[in-house]
Design a binder for this molecule. Structure first.
Ligand code: ADP
Ligand code: MG
Length: 253
């Protein structure tokens, strides 16, 4: 079966800073991959490469078997135009550390925005689905609230509903609970856990080791732009083999 994400020897530098140094990874349908590692190890950059918010310098990156950001003619790669990149990206939902909701729109309007603007779907149908999605993230009663009237955890759940409104085949999460007060983290992780149970394919950058242990099919520990260790969570988190993994886990657990 074609993997949903296939990254093959990915390299990425910013100027003279080599951030990704030959990353390989594969995520299959309905799998949850958790990316862990110290700050600065390249986790966010890798996520951003997957939806072509960053261009890779070398390697091959496929989402659903389709080359990300380029098309191949003969043995030459041609960069896609912005419109074509946007077309690829619409099947990938992304949730960031900061919620990035539109402040002047209600929760419901935030969730409705992309399907109307990007997919040009009929408003009544989109509204119906948006209500269902808000219910799914436990916010049925907050449809009319503006972001400023919601807690951080509620805003983050709206952000998840907004990403789901585009019916993505892949969801990317970049430390979705890192900016939240501790008492709000659980609700957001709960929504993500349910999403995983429902079969969503997910790549999650997180420091929540308990979540990774419970939900991940595969954990990948990155340090210094390389994959140091990967495997099932009980192996990588439960009995890490590499010194670097051990010392990282000793710091976060
Ligand atoms: P992580 O998410 O694991 O903390 P990042 O991917 O954010 O790591 O960053 C990895 C390295 O790349 C850091 O040294 C960071 O400063 C650098 N970096 C990330 N984005 C940029 C950028 N746009 N320009 C220059 N350097 C960057
Ligand atoms: Mg990061």
């Amino acid at each position: 079966m074609t993997p949903v994400v296939s990254a093959q020897r990915i390299y990425k530098s910013f100027g003279s800073v080599h951030v990704l140094k030959g990353i390989n990874l594969e995520v299959h349908e309905r799998e949850v991959l958790c990316l862990i590692g110290p700050s600065g190890s390249g986790k966010s950059t890798l996520l951003r490469c997957i939806n072509h918010l960053e261009k890779i310098d070398a390697g091959r990156l496929y989402v659903d078997g389709v080359l990300v950001g380029y098309k191949q003619r003969g043995d030459k790669l041609h960069e896609l135009r912005e419109k074509e990149v946007a077309f690829q990206r619409k099947d990938i939902g992304m949730v960031f550390q900061r919620f990035n909701l539109f402040p002047h729109m209600t929760a419901l309007e935030n969730v409705m925005e992309a399907p109307i603007q990007v997919r040009r779907e009929p408003k009544a149908k989109v509204r119906q689905r948006a209500h269902e999605l808000l219910e799914r993230v436990g916010l049925a009663d907050k449809a009319k609230n503006y972001p400023a009237q919601l807690s951080g955890g509620q805003q983050q759940r709206v952000a998840i509903a907004r990403a789901l409104a585009m019916e993505p085949k892949l969801m990317l999460f970049d430390e979705p609970t890192s900016a939240l007060d501790p008492e709000l983290v659980g609700d957001v992780l709960g929504v993500m856990k349910q999403l995983a149970k429902d079969g969503m394919t997910m790549v999650v950058v997180t420091h929540e080791m308990q979540f990774a242990r419970e939900v991940a099919d595969k954990v990948l520990f990155m340090d210094g732009g390389v994959v140091v260790e990967e495997g099932p969570p009980e192996r990588v988190i439960g009995s890490p083999r590499e010194e670097r993994t051990k010392s990282f886990l000793a710091r976060v657990l």
